[in-house]
Design a protein around this ligand. Sequence first.
Ligand code: TA6
Length: 288
Amino acid sequence: MLTDRPLTRYVTQAKNEAGLPLLKISNELAHCEISLFGGHVLTYGRHGETPLIWLSDKALLDGSKPIRGGIPLCWPWFGPAPARVGSGKPSHGFARSILWTLDGVSDHEDGTLVHLSLRDSHATRAQWDHAFELELDILVGRELSLVLTTRNTGETPLVYNAALHTYLQVGAPEQVSVIGLGEPYLDKLTGEAARQQGPLPLTAAMDRIYQAPEAVVKVRDGDRCIEVVSGNHDSVVVWNPWQEGAAGMADMSDDGYRTMLCVEAAITADAGVIVAPDEEHSLSTVIL
Ligand code: TA6
């Protein structure tokens, strides 16, 4: 039986048809759904406005694979596992495909605060042999704010990469342009370094790591302007699979690429971030 359980005035804990535990938030400012599988923001928008976050209409929400859309957490690596981690590991790490713990939820004047966590276990040790505590603080208000804190609870330094792989919802590619990305970028489609000149239009497949972005990246989408503010990142990743890419993905409609653009606060440098024992490091993003 599916039972919805109220946690606060504005938050309900629920399960979907597949049994996936969800938090449904609708406060005075905004609405948001969060999956405990992956610690994954699925949807977010201010009441009466076009949603800011895109979720694939073909996303699998049954815990069998990472969710297409929303804000997947890529951690403790980004893309294929680096040599220091070893081969045969899942792309983008394991945090997005494991069940997180709900530690607390509370309503405040500026929004609803959700606190999730993930600790090392036999399952995570099999992928990555480190002791850690990962915390995700999500504030659902006039803005959507995410802070992902990596704490080293082990006795040796920990090295990590990450991305808050945010799928923004846009109206149509023809009306989109992105500013604030800075100049140097790595084009992952060609493997070459290149430089951005002026605003970035959305006219073709792209998979780029911008290495010197401004703190605020602005996505013009027709009449509206979405801002992505990143903190403690070393890069911003911009991704759209375009038609060919979408057609090859079972969990994205053929035209799904037309209404999404990923703009991701990320730590992508090969050296990663080194976190000493008992220390912590936070990566953050605010979407408004
Ligand atoms: O962030 C861009 C990227 O790393 C692309 O290379 C693309 O593969 C995308 O993420 C999606 O990855 P996923 O594993 O979720 O299919």
